[in-house]
Design a protein around this ligand. Structure first.
Ligand SMILES: CC(C)(COP(=O)(O)OP(=O)(O)OC[C@H]1O[C@@H](n2cnc3c(N)ncnc32)[C@H](O)[C@@H]1OP(=O)(O)O)[C@@H](O)C(=O)NCCC(=O)NCCS
Length: 169
């Protein structure tokens, strides 16, 4: 039976831990994404960050469809205020965006985090209107602003979702 509410590709997506073999490919499309170019991310810096993350046992997961990696998410338990879950990074491969991969990754994150914590935080750039809409649809609400926090001229919006709380916005 099909469920029309489900994202079109969700049933074909599997989520597993990031492996060293995934790093070069992910780093290449992340570095080609205008959002991350604005933050000065390069293929080299992203590769190092992901490799260091694996070495440190970070919770970095990839979404796979038909053996192709189509997205990733980096979760940090107690990453916000040593208390709440935090999504450090999420990205979907260009060409795969808008087809439910991001939604599937966030559903996976919430399943993981809400088993132990009451809430989940993330930061989104003030100019990243598409991503803001994406999080709002998933029930996140803007809860503050960090001016020039990561790079000068860009404000980071704090998005927050509490488990079991339905946002009215
Ligand atoms: C934001 C992102 C993770 C969402 O994942 P996704 O797989 O594209 O999202 P889904 O298909 O599950 O949901 C679609 C929604 O995502 C949003 N979206 C964000 N960027 C989008 C893009 N480039 N193309 C299509 N939809 C996009 C839209 O609001 C869309 O909702 P709509 O139906 O109102 O158009 C992904 O688009 C992405 O990697 N973007 C570039 C990097 C980025 O912005 N990362 C987040 C940093 S906080």
């Amino acid at each position: 039976m099909t469920d029309d509410r489900r994202p079109p590709t969700a049933e074909q997506i599997t989520i597993r831990l990031l492996a060293y073999a995934d790093v070069a490919d992910i780093a290449s499309w992340v570095a080609a994404t205008p959002l991350w170019q604005r933050y000065g991310v390069t293929e080299e810096s992203m590769s190092k960050r992901l490799r260091d993350g694996i070495a440190e046992g970070a919770k970095i997961f990839v979404a796979e469809r038909a053996d192709d990696v189509v997205g990733f998410i980096w979760l940090v338990e107690r990453g916000a205020f040593s208390r709440s879950g935090y999504v450090q990074l999420i990205g979907v491969r260009p060409g795969e965006r808008g087809h439910g991969v991001g939604r599937a990754l966030m559903a996976f994150a919430e399943q993981n985090v809400f088993a132990q914590h009451c809430d989940l935080f993330l930061l989104v750039s003030d100019f990243n209107i598409d991503a803001q809409r994406f999080y709002q649809r998933l029930g996140y609400r803007e809860s503050g602003k960090l001016e020039d926090y990561v790079v000068q001229g860009v404000n980071e919006l704090i998005y927050w979702k509490q488990h079991g709380v339905v946002s009215n916005k």
